[in-house]
Design a binder for this molecule. Structure first.
Ligand SMILES: Cc1cc2nc3c(=O)[nH]c(=O)nc-3n(C[C@H](O)[C@H](O)[C@H](O)COP(=O)(O)O)c2cc1C
Length: 433
């Protein structure tokens, strides 16, 4: 089975198998330091037989956060700095205590930072490549919600992007902190509508300077971050990036994105993870947890039915046959995961929500071919029930946020030493096994 085969990334990092615990924000650190609860939660994943562990997104500073309790890179006086460093070291060593490599996802939310998330004044605007407001929908309530929660972002100056201590330096510093702690690499969060996605997309980057105006210039910030990270770490340190696929919901052109990927590959990226969606359209956490109807089951392969973004991965694969590709979103069965890899569409399978319900999913189910048959090796999850009052809010993203929050709660249960709630659908509930 290819899923259980080792793979070596260009930096030399060896992953013992192809199953990757995808990045999921833990949202459990009011101090923004990865504390004991982080270590406790990651003990479960460290023991789970994963090929790679990606941490939840770590913000490159604490001024703009995605949630109030995100881990962030902090500039603190030297006494506190030692304590912070110790916490990072414990986090890295806990994740990797059974030899699974762990990588830190580093991020800046850009315009997707709600006003209450981050150490800034109530009136301070969010920042972005261009002052383009989020579009959550055209109703009065949706427009009011955007203005109130996010506001119109302020355009970053060139100095703020590439000057000393600017955005690029902050990404590089975040990578250095991860490197010093003993993590095996970092993943730049260039998906889901956060700051790097905002730079890459022509819909949100209207600049005409060195950071915008063409697909290559829109990727310039990413290239400089990669080069910067290489300078402060070494060639063995893994650098990956999570990027959005191009589909009917985006107006980005495939050729533009492929050009950006070419530049990113030339800059020395070790792997690309394909995902999709933003706060405007949360494709990444859509619900497909029940098995599909028999008609589509008869005509479509399991991998194509389960995975949200496999089609785009195939397009990338056709252009870059040697690039290590990971695809995340929707995978629920051994058969589907194995198919995706044997078809050549990707090399690595990213798994998010099921890993928050079953932290030892690879060891106990997917790679456990001795005890679990192919028919049984799946984790269809019961869709999260949205409370009536939440349904009544006329903003569809609130429902998507509620879904995500449910799985965040499971991670926090792990942090508190509890087992996450097992919400797997039973065979009888699926009515087809
Ligand atoms: C609680 C939660 C937190 C998440 N946080 C992140 C994150 O920090 N970074 C990221 O790239 N994706 C994040 N995601 C998205 C997942 O990495 C993944 O792309 C998504 O859940 C789809 O995969 P799945 O169908 O296997 O769950 C999060 C998802 C959930 C449920």
């Amino acid at each position: 089975m290819l899923l259980s085969e080792e793979i070596t990334l260009p930096c030399g990092l060896r992953l013992p198998n192809r199953l990757c615990k995808a990045a999921m924000a833990e949202s459990m650190s009011p101090s923004h330091i990865p504390d004991k609860r982080h270590a406790r939660a990651y003990e479960d994943w460290a023991d789970g037989g994963w090929g790679l562990i990606l941490t939840g997104n770590v913000q490159i500073g604490d001024t703009y956060l995605g949630t109030p309790e995100d881990v962030a890179i902090l500039k603190r006086p030297s006494a506190a700095a030692k304590e912070i460093k110790d916490c990072w070291n414990v986090w890295a060593s806990t994740c990797q205590r059974n030899g699974t490599p762990a990588i830190v996802q580093i991020n800046h939310p850009g315009r997707q930072s709600p006003f209450w998330c981050g150490r800034r004044s109530f009136f301070a605007k969010t920042i972005a490549p261009s002052p383009v407001e989020l579009n959550l929908g055209s109703s009065v309530v949706e427009r009011y919600a955007v203005s109130f929660v996010f506001g119109t972002p302020r355009e970053l100056t060139i100095e703020e992007i590439s000057g000393e201590g600017g955005i690029i330096d902050q990404y590089v510093e975040a990578a250095k902190v991860s490197f010093d702690a003993g993590f095996k690499g970092v993943q730049l969060h260039g998906a889901h509508g956060y700051l790097l996605t905002q730079f890459l997309s022509p819909r949100t980057n209207l600049r005409t300077d060195e950071f915008g105006g063409s697909s290559a210039k829109r990727a310039e910030i990413v290239l400089r971050i990669i080069h910067g990270i290489r300078k402060v770490t070494n060639r063995e340190f893994c650098i990956g990036i999570k990027m959005n696929s191009v589909d009917a919901s985006t107006s980005d052109s495939v050729s533009d994105v492929l050009e950006q990927i070419k530049l990113i590959v030339e800059a020395g990226i070790d792997f690309i993870e394909i995902s999709g969606g933003t706060y405007e359209n949360a494709l990444m956490t859509r619900v497909t947890d029940a098995l599909p109807d028999p008609d589509s089951a008869a005509t479509k392969k399991t991998a194509a039915r389960e995975s949200f973004f496999l089609e785009f991965a195939k397009t990338v694969r056709d252009t870059f046959p040697n690039l290590i590709l990971m695809v995340t979103g929707g995978f629920r069965s051994r058969v589907g995961m194995e198919e995706a890899i044997t078809s050549g569409a990707c090399d690595l399978i990213g798994i998010g929500r099921p890993s928050a319900v079953l932290p030892k999913l690879p060891k106990e189910i997917i790679l456990n071919t001795e005890e679990v048959s192919d028919e049984e090796a799946h984790v269809a999850l019961t869709p999260v029930q949205i409370p009536f009052l939440v349904w009544m809010i006329p903003i569809k993203q609130v429902g998507a946020g509620f879904q995500t929050e449910y799985y965040g709660q499971q991670i926090r249960r792990m942090g508190n030493g509890l087992r996450p709630r097992d919400t797997r659908l039973r065979a009888s509930e699926m009515g087809r096994l």
